[in-house]
Write a protein that binds this ligand. Structure first.
Ligand code: ARG
Ligand code: ASP
Length: 722
């Protein structure tokens, strides 16, 4: 008995320590003063919450922008110079690249402002102000309303409040739910539209380590690129024009030459996209023990086939580079996430908390909270098989390239069938498809897709019950006797979607009645049958269950906050500006192993291998290493630091975020997390969750010593306390 009691006490201590640890949390900037300032200062911060976020004076937030739609960036000069990751600028760098000017491979550096390259469609969004608007958004919402009614009212309120605001303003307004819909905030933003490329290192710096090192520490990637914001003559956001001028920001980050030391306080200020920290154990179980393993297996099957062919043929390697990177990124993330939850015994920990929760609900007479856990259990049990089926459809069926490609012809078929005289619409659709054909065939290698199809169909078939399988499996069973290869051969022989010339000639001479040819195509049929299964069954059932889960999750969130009125809660990430803070720290990834908190150029040389694509080092970098010409970018220890790890709680979207020291000076650019800690989107473990940043001095070194565009440093403010 005595030992049990001690055990219990120990567990409680651990749990409460975790919920109080400062590394965890993505905090709302306008609430820092009341929620976090004291702790941040105790941890070493020398500035105030008002310095970080203010609507009365210029503050750090005025230098942080959402970059495109998925990353963060920060202003580092009075002339609107914008710093983000290489992998965030990748698409735009690629768009400017040709065989003659391969900026991805060789890097790109504008030698003066006239050489900076415009990027149509790329935006950078600045938060002007945020406001709490919960009361206006929940106005008219009653307790016992159905989820559908509730959603309707909220949607109408959001529309009313944003359009009222926008009528009298030059800014844009967006309203998002926080704490699972218990609170709402309005984000007032300014959207810049003329963002030019200024510089990018070659891929063997900006993507050093490639997918081999992705999601891993120790890391040596120089993951940065530089852009510049341009505005019209009056300083307002404007579409690209030659007459536009560099943006003069309200604030830009001074850059520290000091570097960081172990335990130093740092904070990350940026745009985390999505976390789910308040899910019940049933959801964690579904994600990490069912969903992830299925998806991992499906992706691994695909990646193995990509690799086999890429190793044989460099041309295939290029064709599949982006597809491979995309599939590999979350494949690796999911392995890390499931492994991390297991290692921290996440499900059992959640269950323990849930028992405590239900006991509290019973003891405190909160009858409507008592049933939350049984309800979650029932809902997730119902949801799991449906979700699995939907994921198989996406990661299995729809990952067969020609099937996905064929699905793009759905609209053309519908138009031709239902509105055959509408030649304008049909022609417009044909033009769109022609453009898509070009893109598809440029990077398509048939032997890969055939092998992928055979392998994925087998997994799809073996792992689902028949009620969740699309109809084409009946043909595979009855006619092909489960010979997936034979069925694949039939599809590829008969389909037009792997035959470029044939497909183009159909589009070139298209008549509405030709839709019949497409409709009979076996790849198109596969896509349609999945579409029908989703529309008539999976989609509807999932939406209904998700509505109930969302509603329950909202109540559960509120209840947790009531149960622990003295605890601080942070809302899940939702692509709004947040502050995370922690310490520079190494960690122990496994028994007997400890990783230090920083990496150096020595490590790049250790990894160097001219025969392995991910580890090629250019002569120029090796020369700089040999002569140890690091100048003022060297650390006190004489080496050149490349990256560092810290306990800031970050997620996807935080890429490119500024990492700041106690004075609010830039010391790094965030770009990844360590593998052992990728479960931080579901549960944060202070022992192993680390964000990975490029040391800002490595960035300066590359710009100055490697690229020789030191003129860019003239507009920055480099600081070093003597
Ligand atoms: N792991 C990084 C983050 O999730 C991405 C790194 C770039 N992508 C890649 N496949 N190497 O976005
Ligand atoms: N690499 C991620 C990004 O691109 C960051 C992360 O997930 O930690 O946003």
């Amino acid at each position: 008995m005595k030992t049990r009691l001690t055990l219990l006490i120990v567990t409680i201590v651990i749990i409460s320590r975790i919920s109080l640890f400062a590394g965890e949390g993505m905090w709302i900037p306008m609430l820092l003063q009341q929620m976090n300032e004291k702790e941040m200062q105790e941890m070493g911060m020398k500035i105030t919450a008002e310095d970080i976020y203010s609507i009365n004076k210029s503050s750090l937030k005025d230098a942080i922008l959402l970059f495109g739609r998925g990353c963060t960036s920060e202003i580092i000069s009075k002339d609107g110079l914008l710093l983000t990751n290489h992998h965030c600028g990748f698409g735009n760098i690629q768009k400017h690249s040709t065989l003659e000017h391969d900026y991805l491979t060789d890097g790109f550096w504008a030698m003066n402002r006239n050489e900076e390259l415009p990027n149509p469609g790329l935006t950078a969004t600045l938060l002007v102000e945020m406001r709490e608007v919960t009361d206006s958004i929940l106005f008219g919402v009653e307790k016992d309303m159905s989820m559908v009614q509730r959603k309707g009212i909220i949607k109408a309120n959001i529309k009313r409040v944003t359009s009222n605001f926008e009528k009298g303003s030059k800014y844009k307004a967006t309203i998002k739910p926080f704490f699972k819909g218990n609170q709402y905030y309005m984000m007032i933003t300014e959207v810049f539209k003329d963002i030019r490329l200024v510089g990018a290192p070659p891929s063997n710096i900006g993507k050093f380590g490639g997918d081999t090192d992705n999601w891993m520490w120790p890391r040596h990637t120089g993951d940065f690129s530089l852009f510049r914001i341009y505005v019209d003559k009056d300083g307002n956001p404007a579409e690209y024009s030659e007459d536009n001028v560099p943006y003069q920001p309200k604030y830009y980050f001074p850059i520290s030459l000091e570097g960081v030391e172990e335990n130093d306080f740092t904070f990350v200020f940026g745009y985390p996209a999505r976390t789910n920290e308040y899910l019940p154990s049933y959801a964690i179980e579904m994600i990490t023990e069912v969903g992830n393993p299925n998806k991992i297996e499906l992706r691994e099957t695909r990646l193995d086939i990509f690799k086999k062919y890429s190793n044989r043929d460099p041309e295939v390697r290029i064709k599949y580079a982006t597809k491979d990177a995309r599939a590999a990124n979350y494949w690796k993330k999911m392995i890390g996430e499931s492994g991390g939850i297991k290692r921290m015994d996440g499900i059992a920990r959640k269950k323990e908390y849930e028992d405590k929760f239900t006991k509290w609900a019973v003891d405190s007479g909160n009858d409507n909270y008592v049933n939350i856990m049984p309800e979650f259990s029932r809902l997730y049990e119902e949801l799991t098989p449906i979700k699995v089926a939907a994921e198989y459809m996406k990661e299995g069926g729809m990952s067969i390239e020609i099937v996905k490609f064929a699905s793009k012809y759905y609209k053309l078929v519908q138009l031709s069938k239902n509105d055959p005289k509408n030649t304008e619409a049909i022609n417009k659709e044909i033009d769109k498809l022609k453009a898509q054909n070009k893109i598809f065939f440029k990077d398509f290698y048939e032997p890969i897709d055939e092998e992928v199809m055979t392998a994925l169909l087998k997994l799809y078939d073996e792992n689902l019950t028949s009620e969740y399988k699309p109809d084409f499996f009946n043909i595979i069973h009855d006619k092909y006797k489960n010979d997936y290869k034979a069925y694949t051969d039939y599809v590829f022989a008969k389909s037009i979607f792997d035959k470029k010339e044939k497909l183009n000639s159909i589009l070139d001479n298209y008549k509405a009645k030709n839709y019949k040819k497409i409709e009979k195509d076996p790849a198109f049929i596969m896509a349609m049958e999945m579409g029908i299964l989703y529309r008539d069954k999976l989609g509807g059932q999932m939406a209904q269950l998700n509505n109930s889960i969302d509603s329950l999750q909202r109540i559960y969130m509120k209840a947790q906050m009531e149960m622990s009125p003295n605890d601080r809660f942070y809302p899940d990430a939702n692509f709004t500006l947040r502050v995370a803070y922690g310490n520079v720290a190494g960690y122990s990834p496994k028994d007997a192993v400890y990783y230090k908190h920083f990496t150096t150029l020595e490590g790049i040389m250790e990894k160097e291998d001219p025969d392995i694509y991910d580890y090629v080092v250019t002569d120029k970098l090796r020369e700089l290493y040999d002569t140890k010409d690091y100048g003022r970018y060297a650390d006190k220890d004489g080496t050149l630091h490349v990256g560092f790890a810290a306990s800031n709680h970050t997620t996807g979207g935080n890429s490119g975020s500024p990492v700041l020291n106690a004075n609010g000076e830039l010391v790094g650019v965030n770009f990844d997390r360590c593998w052992e800690g990728t479960m931080s989107d579901l549960m944060y473990d202070p022992e192993v969750c680390r964000n990975i940043s490029i040391d800002i001095r490595y960035f300066l070194f590359i710009v100055d010593k490697y690229a020789g565009v030191g003129y860019l440093l003239d507009e920055m403010e480099l600081v070093k306390s003597e």
